[in-house]
Design a protein around this ligand. Structure first.
Ligand code: D5M
Ligand code: FE
Ligand code: ZN
Length: 570
């Protein structure tokens, strides 16, 4: 081979590496034999990106899909080659079965879906759904890495089908019992909880003693002298607790400031038995909530994939930000933004839609005037039109928010198939609220966020603009709706589905329509904002939503990017 041909070959292979395209030796040779290999290659790349079967390998078979005439037209138009018809004849393009594919692209080493050959990936696709398979129509350089990997997920928890309730007293009782038992178990895992006695056993003591116990907060107030007074109860009784305000410990002040009824506390101190006039009381020197360990180590994936988290699109509402949402879908298809955006989109393997996908009907009084689609089936039809445009290699999980056509009380089952059959058929996994999923080893707790407002109302430090602060308190409580009897409707079920027994790696909420990103003890906290502009209802509350910002989390290192769709240039 002449030196300049070797150089050409080197440059062409480099270009293919940069474009993450594989090529067979015969096609490479064919291109090198053209008059202007570089321009020809570019034309071929552009043209084959329109071929649905093209994945990431230029093979004779793929070239065959470009009709002779078409290829001639492209190549001749630019005067690239003399019309040496032979090289694109059917015979010349016959696939050589033994031909080895040149590894021009840097393929991930493990868990490749198509390790045995590139043809496998095509056959794996197309069965499951009718979502789009090729995402590269207008961006020949968009080759999603995520397409190279099989999805690897588990539904760890989904209340759907397990939460029927009659609303009777026994069910409330059983749920509270379950809440107590589970939270008690979690509290006892703390290393500083050495021994904890039943409250009834403490009440029986007749002399002053050192004690420790665990209970749910029944009452609390600050006394005249600004000391903190609590009453806690367990399954055996209730007891008063006092902790001095002059305690050195700032965390006690924070704990008290963030206290709500029904939260679980561990109390350690000296018990002073009562007398005929006063009940016994614990003078506490140490109090704590359950919390999560300071050294919690999150799980991560060993493959470079990402999860995108959205919620509150409110399709059917006049305020649905349709253009913004379409832009997000273009982004997922590698058709929005620059190379960096395409790289980000390329890794997305999972998408969570955390409730309020549709605006629903009859969710609040006079909702009709806020709707431009007032039929729930048509709202879902519209939703499925969008979802159908999401690349098929992205696995979608959809949980039920308070606008979905399903009961309002939590835990809430998945939207019944009769409403969203099209979405089911597109391979979307419909789940209840809350749900727990595992994607490539990373655990995500998906909760719409109903109780966030309750905590914001009850705790001065919290407000709607900083949802992750409230989310931290939910984690510290190890419960998604720690306070009972506020605005959040909680359905009585024998098991308390709202206990956070398993520490999530990602905790995802929506509902407030305001983005938030933070970390708490290595747990990623995300509120995914919305795709709905401010409604009259929000205006009346002074709520300023943050539509079009999508949190994307890399599963291999848990780094997150708040992708602001509004600011991406085309
Ligand atoms: O919630 C729409 C918006 O209204 C969102 O910003 C949360 C807010 N919202 C919802 N419920 C409440 C309560 N109970 N108090 C205060 N603010 C609330 P959506 O669920 O989409 O209708
Ligand atoms: Fe919403
Ligand atoms: Zn909501």
């Amino acid at each position: 081979m002449k030196d300049d041909k070797l150089d050409q070959k080197y440059l062409i292979v480099q270009k293919l590496i940069n474009s993450e395209i594989n090529i067979t030796p015969s096609v490479l040779e064919m291109i090198l034999n053209m008059d202007n290999p570089h321009q020809s290659l570019e034309l071929i790349i552009r043209e084959i990106s329109f071929i649905p079967q093209f994945h990431s390998h230029i093979t004779p078979e793929i070239l065959k899909k470009i009709s002779n005439q078409e290829l001639h037209r492209i190549l001749l138009k630019k005067d690239q080659i003399s019309p040496r018809e032979g090289f694109i004849s059917k015979n010349d393009l016959k696939i050589n079965e033994k031909e080895r594919t040149l590894k021009a692209s840097i393929e991930p080493k493990s868990k490749l879906k198509n390790q045995k050959g590139f043809s496998a990936s095509n056959s794996l696709k197309s069965k499951e759904t009718s979502r789009i398979y090729e995402t590269t129509k207008s961006h020949s350089l968009f080759r999603p890495i995520a397409k190279e990997y099989d999805s690897d997920y588990k539904i760890l928890k989904d209340p759907t089908g397990k939460i029927y309730t009659n609303g009777d007293y026994d069910e409330f009782y059983n749920m509270t019992l379950d809440k107590f038992r589970n939270l008690n178990k979690l509290m006892r895992k703390r290393p500083d909880v050495l021994s904890a006695t039943n409250i009834n056993n403490i009440l029986r003591l007749s002399s002053s003693s050192d004690v420790s116990t665990i209970g749910l907060v029944k009452n609390f107030r600050q006394t005249k002298n600004q000391n903190f007074f609590f009453e806690i109860e367990d399954l055996t009784g209730s007891i008063n607790v006092l902790i001095r305000k002059d305690s050195e410990n700032q965390t006690i002040h924070n704990l008290f400031n963030h206290l709500v009824y029904d939260q679980m506390l561990y109390v350690q101190g000296t018990y002073n038995p009562g007398d005929s006039r006063n009940r016994g009381i614990i003078f506490a020197d140490y109090i704590t909530k359950i919390d999560i360990p300071t050294d919690y180590q999150p799980n991560n994936s060993d493959v470079p994939l990402s999860i995108a988290l959205i919620s509150d699109t409110h399709i059917g509402s006049k305020e649905f930000e349709e253009k913004l949402f379409s832009r997000f879908i273009s982004f997922l298809n590698g058709k929005l933004g620059n190379a960096k955006h395409r790289e980000m989109a390329s890794k997305i393997k999972y998408l969570v839609i955390n409730g309020d996908l549709v605006d629903g009907i009859g969710v609040y009084p006079n909702q009709e005037k806020d709707l431009n689609i007032s039929d729930i089936y048509k709202q879902y039809e519209k939703a499925s039109e969008f979802i159908a445009q999401i690349p098929e290699h992205i696995k979608i999980f959809y949980t039920a928010g308070n606008h979905e056509p399903v009961r309002n009380a939590i835990p809430r089952p998945a939207v019944p198939k009769k409403y969203c059959e099209d979405i089911f058929d597109l391979g979307v996994i419909c789940l209840g609220n809350p749900s727990y999923i595992q994607t490539h080893n990373v655990n995500t707790l998906i909760y719409h966020g109903e109780s966030i407002h309750d905590l914001n109302m009850l705790i001065h430090d919290f407000n709607i603009n900083e949802p992750t602060e409230t989310m931290k308190e939910l984690l510290i409580s190890r419960h998604l709706a720690p306070v009972f009897g506020e605005k959040t409707q909680i359905a009585p079920t024998d098991k308390d589905w709202l206990v956070i027994d398993k520490i999530p790696d990602i905790f995802h909420t929506g509902h407030v329509h305001i983005n938030g990103f933070d970390r708490y003890r290595h747990v990623s906290l995300v509120n995914s904002g919305c795709f709905q502009a401010q409604t009259d209802f929000m205006r009346s509350f002074g709520i300023i939503p943050t539509p079009g910002i999508v949190p994307i989390i890399e599963l291999d290192n848990l780094r997150f990017y708040p992708l602001d769709i509004k600011t991406i240039l085309n």
